[in-house]
Ligand binder design. Structure first.
Ligand code: 2AM
Length: 171
């Protein structure tokens, strides 16, 4: 199965992202827009790996306290368009801890530098991004998920395969 570790987003943050997607669409941009339920922030991409339980076991020692993430503009990697999330000491620290725990336990993952972004659409039909306004939305992160990705008839289907909860989280 295909696995990655991600933050699932609050509805306020998803609403802000959908507003950006709608503004792109209204400006005539076509492409494969990420569906609302699939909007997420990837922290580590594991890829094909047979055992979700051993990934969760490897993360058992990773602890974190609730922290905040904030939207930070929009950008693109070729025809993949994204909304940025600001680097912050807390976010960067938890990503480092997760990646170190995976490495120490021999779980493979993509070692590319962490570049926090939320993919809004792929295969954008135009190459220049229309100017759209973005809201300054922040959200509290109290949980980090191990996600499993399966190819469905209408695109990817993401399912939570495990979760790490922040110390002292309200849930
Ligand atoms: P992307 O949206 O920028 O493609 C599931 O595929 C998630 O893992 C996506 O958020 C994707 O980011 C991310 N990801 C990170 N590295 C990846 C890789 N090497 N291959 C596929 N997806 C990757």
């Amino acid at each position: 199965m295909r696995l990655f570790i991600a933050i699932n987003l609050s509805s306020a943050m998803k609403d802000a992202l959908i507003n950006i997607q709608n503004a792109f669409y209204d400006a005539g941009v076509r492409g494969n827009y990420t569906s609302e339920e699939n909007l997420h922030l990837t922290l580590a991409f594991i890829g094909e790996y047979p055992d979700a339980e051993s990934v969760m076991d490897s993360l058992a020692g990773v602890s974190f306290t609730p922290f905040t993430i904030s939207l930070d503009g929009i950008g693109s990697y070729g025809d993949l368009w994204w909304a940025g999330i600001s680097h912050s000491p807390a976010l960067d620290a938890v990503v480092r801890r997760i990646r170190r725990a995976l490495a120490e336990n021999g779980i493979p993952f993509d070692r590319k530098k962490f570049s926090p972004h939320i993919t809004l659409l792929r295969k954008a039909s135009v190459s220049s991004m229309p100017p759209v306004s973005t809201e300054n939305v922040s959200a509290a992160v109290e949980s980090i998920s191990l996600m499993r990705s399966d190819r469905g008839k209408r695109g990817m289907i993401y399912t939570e395969a495990g979760a790490l909860t922040a110390e002292g989280a309200s849930e």
